[in-house]
Design a protein around this ligand. Sequence first.
Ligand SMILES: Nc1ncnc2c1ncn2[C@@H]1O[C@H](COP(=O)(O)OP(=O)(O)OP(=O)(O)O)[C@@H](O)[C@H]1O
Length: 487
Amino acid sequence: MLELNDLSGGYAGEDIVRDISFKVEEGELFGILGPNGSGKTTLLKIISGLLPNSNGELTLQGKPLTVYSSKELARVMAVLPQHTEQFFSYTVKETVSLGRYSHKKGLFQTWKENDEETVQKVMKQTGVAEFQAQYIHELSGGERQRVFLAQALAQEPEVLLLDEPTNHLDLSYQKELLDMLKKLTNERKLTVISIFHDLNLAGLYCDRILLLEKGKIVSINKPNEVLKEERIRAVYKTSIQKQYHPEVPKPQLFLIPEDQEQRKVQINESCLRITDEYISLSSEVYLKCMSSGVTGSGTGWFQTFVNRHVPKTYCCNNHLEEMSGYLRENGFDPSETIGMMTAVILEDVSYRFFEEESFSVFIVVTAGTGNAVDASSSRQHEFMQVPGTINTWVFVNGNISEEAFIQSIMTATEAKVKVLQEMNIKDRLTDTLATGTSTDSILIAATQTGEMLQYAGTATPLGKLIGHGVYTCTSTALKNYLRRGKQ
Ligand SMILES: Nc1ncnc2c1ncn2[C@@H]1O[C@H](COP(=O)(O)OP(=O)(O)OP(=O)(O)O)[C@@H](O)[C@H]1O
């Protein structure tokens, strides 16, 4: 559709962009990224024919751009520049209608039915139809931006060039605009070439991205390849971290602000509160967590942790909703709380603080084995989700990596299984040694301050402390539970 070969160009004889070669295919959403002044707008101006190239070739649909008359070019290509100067005395509809000009022949132009249809359609698509009779100087920056986009779409182009189209748009219109462009590229095979400042929007929506630095191509590839942590740090000279979007397999980059060091706190017994109804732990700062709680499951940052006692007969169709209601009634915000349930008498909880030279862990375990299961033969069970559970909380006063979070779960689980084996806890159905209960929950929470602890396997200092700590607390909690059962 569009091809650049060794293209250079700039202003007043000075090249700003140099040796640029790439192809954009029909129906692609192609992003141009780069720091301020890297030459994005200059490149877009050359592609649109607004600025001549000093070197190289530029072809559109196989023909050099220079052979197109301006009207011919406007029928194939529409441009939405970065700062569109408003034409003050036009209404929205009149402004959008100007987009139809390239489709008119001769001096006396007639307004046809399909012109009206196209204008109405694009005004609807861009959400400006409702104020079509208003003057554009009466609109907000974002509304005006959408009007000019509608004007570009009214040209019914095959290639749409956009310079930061989401500039001025609020969150929902950013999404709507990009969803719309994506749809047009998929359904109408519109080719979109767009400058982005927001790397995350580019990562979410672009098929491919070109990254410019000082007028030259640094990388041109799929978003995941271009948006590599090291590369973006080097090109933008800033501290970022890359992670995947939680819902779609697209890269997202997070800025790491300076002077936002976590305040140093220690999680220990003084943060714990035990009542007949629940055990809660409150931290003065947010802790980075990985958990299988009823509320707050997965990874996130939390300050409040609740292990709630429920009767053995507890049965509920929607335990998340029920638990959220319970938390709210008791003054906890369910969206900010990791909440678990247990039928165990909470007095039988076991908790202890374990310390090494540069880090420590605080462990809290409630243990019941009413639902004890041998995981290797759990297929034989038809489970009723009744609470008879081992809930394990591991608080690390230290800074732990993602892999250490996962290894902490493994190490804690291994220590728990060891206790069940030693205490000869059996799966009642299979009469084999149990490895857990069917409703066990775990929480690993870390203050993320102090020395970096990269690993938590059983051979590492952190793993050793967690293994020993979970083993000790689970043993005590289970003994308490079994003793109560005998009484
Ligand atoms: N009309 C002009 N005449 C001369 N130099 C210009 C002109 N427009 C831009 N430049 C220079 O070209 C360089 C690249 O500018 P350009 O606008 O292409 O960068 P950009 O990547 O789009 O930047 P931004 O992210 O800030 O919009 C800058 O150093 C700029 O000063």
